[in-house]
Design a protein around this ligand. Structure first.
Ligand SMILES: Cc1ncc(C[n+]2csc(CCOP(=O)(O)OP(=O)(O)O)c2C)c(N)n1
Ligand SMILES: [Mg+2]
Length: 239
Protein backbone atom coordinates (compact mmCIF):
# COMPACT_ATOMS: atom_id res chain seq x y z
CA UNK A 1 0.00 0.00 0.00
CA UNK A 2 1.27 3.47 -0.81
CA UNK A 3 0.68 6.58 1.25
CA UNK A 4 -1.39 9.30 -0.39
CA UNK A 5 -1.24 12.91 0.69
CA UNK A 6 -4.66 14.47 1.27
CA UNK A 7 -3.50 17.32 -0.98
CA UNK A 8 -3.10 15.37 -4.15
CA UNK A 9 -1.18 16.74 -7.12
CA UNK A 10 -3.47 17.89 -9.95
CA UNK A 11 -2.30 15.06 -12.21
CA UNK A 12 -3.29 12.50 -9.63
CA UNK A 13 -6.67 14.14 -9.15
CA UNK A 14 -7.26 14.14 -12.90
CA UNK A 15 -6.33 10.47 -13.12
CA UNK A 16 -8.74 9.59 -10.33
CA UNK A 17 -11.53 11.58 -11.98
CA UNK A 18 -10.75 9.83 -15.28
CA UNK A 19 -11.11 6.46 -13.58
CA UNK A 20 -14.41 7.44 -11.98
CA UNK A 21 -15.77 8.59 -15.33
CA UNK A 22 -14.52 5.41 -16.99
CA UNK A 23 -16.51 3.34 -14.49
CA UNK A 24 -19.59 5.52 -15.05
CA UNK A 25 -19.40 5.28 -18.85
CA UNK A 26 -18.69 1.54 -18.80
CA UNK A 27 -21.75 0.94 -16.65
CA UNK A 28 -24.03 3.28 -18.56
CA UNK A 29 -23.28 1.15 -21.62
CA UNK A 30 -23.58 -2.13 -19.72
CA UNK A 31 -26.86 -1.06 -18.13
CA UNK A 32 -28.37 0.05 -21.45
CA UNK A 33 -27.37 -3.18 -23.17
CA UNK A 34 -28.61 -5.28 -20.25
CA UNK A 35 -31.99 -3.54 -20.30
CA UNK A 36 -32.00 -3.92 -24.08
CA UNK A 37 -31.72 -7.69 -23.72
CA UNK A 38 -28.25 -7.87 -25.28
CA UNK A 39 -26.53 -9.18 -22.15
CA UNK A 40 -27.54 -12.44 -20.46
CA UNK A 41 -27.38 -12.93 -16.71
CA UNK A 42 -27.63 -10.11 -14.21
CA UNK A 43 -25.78 -6.80 -14.24
CA UNK A 44 -25.57 -4.92 -10.94
CA UNK A 45 -24.21 -1.42 -11.38
CA UNK A 46 -21.94 0.62 -9.12
CA UNK A 47 -23.16 3.99 -10.44
CA UNK A 48 -22.99 6.58 -7.67
CA UNK A 49 -20.34 4.73 -5.68
CA UNK A 50 -17.37 5.18 -8.03
CA UNK A 51 -15.38 7.38 -5.66
CA UNK A 52 -15.11 4.59 -3.11
CA UNK A 53 -13.34 2.09 -5.36
CA UNK A 54 -11.13 4.74 -6.96
CA UNK A 55 -10.24 6.38 -3.65
CA UNK A 56 -9.26 3.11 -2.04
CA UNK A 57 -7.50 1.51 -5.00
CA UNK A 58 -5.46 4.67 -5.62
CA UNK A 59 -3.72 3.95 -2.34
CA UNK A 60 -2.90 0.36 -3.26
CA UNK A 61 -0.03 -1.29 -5.07
CA UNK A 62 -0.73 -3.58 -8.01
CA UNK A 63 0.25 -6.58 -5.90
CA UNK A 64 -2.16 -5.72 -3.06
CA UNK A 65 -5.24 -7.91 -3.29
CA UNK A 66 -8.87 -6.83 -3.27
CA UNK A 67 -12.20 -8.59 -3.46
CA UNK A 68 -15.46 -7.22 -4.74
CA UNK A 69 -19.20 -7.66 -4.37
CA UNK A 70 -22.12 -8.24 -6.76
CA UNK A 71 -21.41 -4.67 -7.99
CA UNK A 72 -17.98 -5.57 -9.28
CA UNK A 73 -17.22 -3.40 -12.32
CA UNK A 74 -15.99 -0.37 -10.38
CA UNK A 75 -13.53 -2.34 -8.27
CA UNK A 76 -12.20 -4.14 -11.35
CA UNK A 77 -11.65 -0.92 -13.27
CA UNK A 78 -10.14 0.92 -10.31
CA UNK A 79 -7.63 -1.94 -9.83
CA UNK A 80 -6.64 -1.77 -13.49
CA UNK A 81 -8.65 -4.45 -15.28
CA UNK A 82 -8.86 -4.53 -19.07
CA UNK A 83 -12.11 -2.87 -20.22
CA UNK A 84 -12.40 -4.91 -23.40
CA UNK A 85 -12.02 -8.23 -21.59
CA UNK A 86 -14.58 -7.06 -19.03
CA UNK A 87 -17.15 -6.04 -21.62
CA UNK A 88 -16.51 -9.23 -23.59
CA UNK A 89 -17.27 -11.19 -20.43
CA UNK A 90 -20.59 -9.39 -20.00
CA UNK A 91 -21.49 -10.33 -23.59
CA UNK A 92 -20.58 -13.98 -22.98
CA UNK A 93 -17.71 -13.91 -25.44
CA UNK A 94 -14.64 -16.13 -25.60
CA UNK A 95 -12.41 -13.07 -25.20
CA UNK A 96 -13.90 -12.34 -21.78
CA UNK A 97 -12.11 -12.78 -18.47
CA UNK A 98 -13.91 -16.11 -17.85
CA UNK A 99 -14.25 -16.99 -21.54
CA UNK A 100 -17.75 -15.60 -21.30
CA UNK A 101 -18.94 -18.25 -18.87
CA UNK A 102 -19.02 -16.12 -15.70
CA UNK A 103 -20.62 -12.82 -16.64
CA UNK A 104 -20.73 -9.60 -14.67
CA UNK A 105 -20.50 -11.07 -11.18
CA UNK A 106 -17.47 -13.32 -11.71
CA UNK A 107 -14.82 -11.13 -13.23
CA UNK A 108 -11.41 -11.65 -11.64
CA UNK A 109 -7.85 -10.80 -12.65
CA UNK A 110 -5.26 -12.28 -10.34
CA UNK A 111 -2.49 -10.49 -12.23
CA UNK A 112 -3.66 -7.15 -10.86
CA UNK A 113 -4.68 -8.46 -7.44
CA UNK A 114 -8.40 -8.49 -8.22
CA UNK A 115 -9.61 -11.77 -6.71
CA UNK A 116 -13.12 -11.44 -8.08
CA UNK A 117 -16.64 -10.18 -7.85
CA UNK A 118 -19.08 -12.36 -5.95
CA UNK A 119 -22.81 -13.05 -6.17
CA UNK A 120 -22.92 -14.34 -2.60
CA UNK A 121 -23.52 -11.43 -0.28
CA UNK A 122 -20.63 -11.39 2.25
CA UNK A 123 -18.97 -14.38 0.55
CA UNK A 124 -15.99 -12.35 -0.54
CA UNK A 125 -15.13 -11.27 3.00
CA UNK A 126 -13.95 -14.78 3.87
CA UNK A 127 -11.92 -15.16 0.68
CA UNK A 128 -10.08 -11.89 1.07
CA UNK A 129 -9.37 -12.46 4.75
CA UNK A 130 -7.50 -15.56 3.61
CA UNK A 131 -5.58 -13.27 1.25
CA UNK A 132 -4.77 -11.09 4.26
CA UNK A 133 -3.23 -14.12 5.93
CA UNK A 134 -1.29 -14.80 2.72
CA UNK A 135 0.02 -11.22 2.72
CA UNK A 136 1.09 -11.55 6.33
CA UNK A 137 2.92 -14.82 5.60
CA UNK A 138 4.59 -13.35 2.50
CA UNK A 139 6.02 -10.60 4.69
CA UNK A 140 6.35 -8.04 1.90
CA UNK A 141 4.15 -5.34 3.41
CA UNK A 142 1.13 -6.07 1.21
CA UNK A 143 -2.45 -5.54 2.31
CA UNK A 144 -5.76 -7.15 1.41
CA UNK A 145 -8.92 -5.08 0.93
CA UNK A 146 -12.45 -6.32 1.37
CA UNK A 147 -15.22 -4.31 -0.28
CA UNK A 148 -18.72 -5.19 0.95
CA UNK A 149 -22.12 -3.59 1.53
CA UNK A 150 -23.94 -2.61 4.69
CA UNK A 151 -26.27 -5.56 4.16
CA UNK A 152 -23.28 -7.91 4.13
CA UNK A 153 -22.28 -6.63 7.54
CA UNK A 154 -25.30 -8.51 8.94
CA UNK A 155 -23.99 -11.84 7.69
CA UNK A 156 -21.81 -14.32 9.55
CA UNK A 157 -18.62 -13.96 7.46
CA UNK A 158 -18.32 -10.29 8.41
CA UNK A 159 -18.28 -11.08 12.12
CA UNK A 160 -16.15 -14.21 11.93
CA UNK A 161 -13.55 -12.64 9.66
CA UNK A 162 -13.19 -9.36 11.54
CA UNK A 163 -12.77 -11.31 14.73
CA UNK A 164 -9.98 -13.52 13.42
CA UNK A 165 -8.32 -10.70 11.43
CA UNK A 166 -8.04 -8.63 14.59
CA UNK A 167 -6.85 -11.55 16.69
CA UNK A 168 -4.17 -12.47 14.14
CA UNK A 169 -3.34 -8.84 13.30
CA UNK A 170 -3.81 -9.42 9.59
CA UNK A 171 -2.95 -6.58 7.18
CA UNK A 172 -6.58 -6.07 6.18
CA UNK A 173 -8.69 -3.08 5.22
CA UNK A 174 -12.43 -3.74 5.42
CA UNK A 175 -14.31 -1.19 3.32
CA UNK A 176 -18.04 -1.09 3.93
CA UNK A 177 -19.90 0.67 1.12
CA UNK A 178 -22.79 1.84 3.24
CA UNK A 179 -25.57 2.95 0.91
CA UNK A 180 -28.15 2.42 3.67
CA UNK A 181 -30.01 -0.32 1.79
CA UNK A 182 -29.68 -4.07 1.30
CA UNK A 183 -31.53 -4.52 -1.97
CA UNK A 184 -34.85 -2.78 -1.23
CA UNK A 185 -34.60 -3.10 2.55
CA UNK A 186 -33.64 0.04 4.47
CA UNK A 187 -30.71 -0.53 6.83
CA UNK A 188 -32.71 0.58 9.86
CA UNK A 189 -34.97 -2.45 9.41
CA UNK A 190 -32.10 -4.93 9.65
CA UNK A 191 -29.68 -3.57 12.23
CA UNK A 192 -30.17 -1.27 15.19
CA UNK A 193 -26.60 0.00 15.27
CA UNK A 194 -26.33 2.17 12.18
CA UNK A 195 -22.54 2.62 12.12
CA UNK A 196 -20.80 -0.42 10.70
CA UNK A 197 -17.47 0.97 11.88
CA UNK A 198 -18.83 0.80 15.42
CA UNK A 199 -19.51 -2.90 14.93
CA UNK A 200 -15.91 -3.39 13.86
CA UNK A 201 -14.77 -1.60 17.01
CA UNK A 202 -16.45 -4.39 18.94
CA UNK A 203 -13.82 -6.74 17.51
CA UNK A 204 -10.98 -4.41 18.42
CA UNK A 205 -10.61 -2.94 14.93
CA UNK A 206 -10.30 0.83 14.60
CA UNK A 207 -12.67 2.38 12.08
CA UNK A 208 -13.21 5.64 10.27
CA UNK A 209 -16.43 6.89 8.70
CA UNK A 210 -16.18 9.01 5.58
CA UNK A 211 -18.91 10.65 3.52
CA UNK A 212 -18.46 9.10 0.09
CA UNK A 213 -14.82 9.09 -0.82
CA UNK A 214 -13.17 11.41 -3.26
CA UNK A 215 -10.01 10.25 -1.63
CA UNK A 216 -9.37 7.77 1.07
CA UNK A 217 -6.24 8.41 3.00
CA UNK A 218 -5.99 5.04 4.67
CA UNK A 219 -5.46 5.32 8.38
CA UNK A 220 -1.94 4.32 9.12
CA UNK A 221 -1.37 0.63 9.28
CA UNK A 222 1.01 -0.45 12.01
CA UNK A 223 4.73 0.04 11.34
CA UNK A 224 4.97 -3.63 10.49
CA UNK A 225 1.78 -3.43 8.44
CA UNK A 226 0.06 -5.65 10.92
CA UNK A 227 -3.02 -3.69 11.91
CA UNK A 228 -6.51 -4.32 10.60
CA UNK A 229 -8.73 -1.32 9.97
CA UNK A 230 -12.26 -0.62 8.77
CA UNK A 231 -13.39 2.21 6.53
CA UNK A 232 -17.11 2.88 6.37
CA UNK A 233 -17.91 4.89 3.25
CA UNK A 234 -21.33 6.53 3.31
CA UNK A 235 -22.46 6.42 -0.28
CA UNK A 236 -25.47 6.25 -2.58
CA UNK A 237 -26.18 3.68 -5.26
CA UNK A 238 -28.31 4.67 -8.23
CA UNK A 239 -30.42 1.49 -8.14
C1 LIG B 1 -26.13 -15.03 0.65
C2 LIG B 1 -27.05 -14.17 -0.17
N1 LIG B 1 -28.25 -13.80 0.34
C3 LIG B 1 -29.07 -13.02 -0.38
C4 LIG B 1 -28.72 -12.58 -1.62
C5 LIG B 1 -29.67 -11.68 -2.44
N2 LIG B 1 -29.13 -10.31 -2.45
C6 LIG B 1 -28.50 -9.81 -3.54
S1 LIG B 1 -27.97 -8.23 -3.30
C7 LIG B 1 -28.58 -8.20 -1.75
C8 LIG B 1 -28.44 -6.98 -0.90
C9 LIG B 1 -27.03 -6.71 -0.48
O1 LIG B 1 -26.97 -5.51 0.26
P1 LIG B 1 -25.62 -4.81 0.53
O2 LIG B 1 -24.62 -5.77 1.06
O3 LIG B 1 -25.89 -3.60 1.38
O4 LIG B 1 -25.11 -4.39 -0.92
P2 LIG B 1 -25.68 -3.24 -1.90
O5 LIG B 1 -26.54 -3.95 -2.90
O6 LIG B 1 -26.44 -2.25 -1.09
O7 LIG B 1 -24.47 -2.64 -2.52
C10 LIG B 1 -29.19 -9.40 -1.42
C11 LIG B 1 -29.83 -9.69 -0.12
C12 LIG B 1 -27.48 -13.00 -2.12
N3 LIG B 1 -27.05 -12.60 -3.33
N4 LIG B 1 -26.64 -13.76 -1.38
MG1 LIG C 1 -26.18 -1.63 0.82
Amino acid sequence: MISLSPNLPPDKQREMLRQMLTIRRFEERASADYLGGKIYGVVHCYIGEEAVAVGVCSALDRTDRIISTHRGHGHCIAKGADLNRMMAELYGRQAGYCKGKGGSMHIADFGIGMLGANGIVAGGISIITGAGLAAQMEGKGGVAVSFFGDGASNAGPFHECLNIAAAWKLPMIYVCENNMYAAQTPAAETHALSDVAARAAGYGIPGVIVADIALVKPPTLGPDGSTTITIEALTVAAD
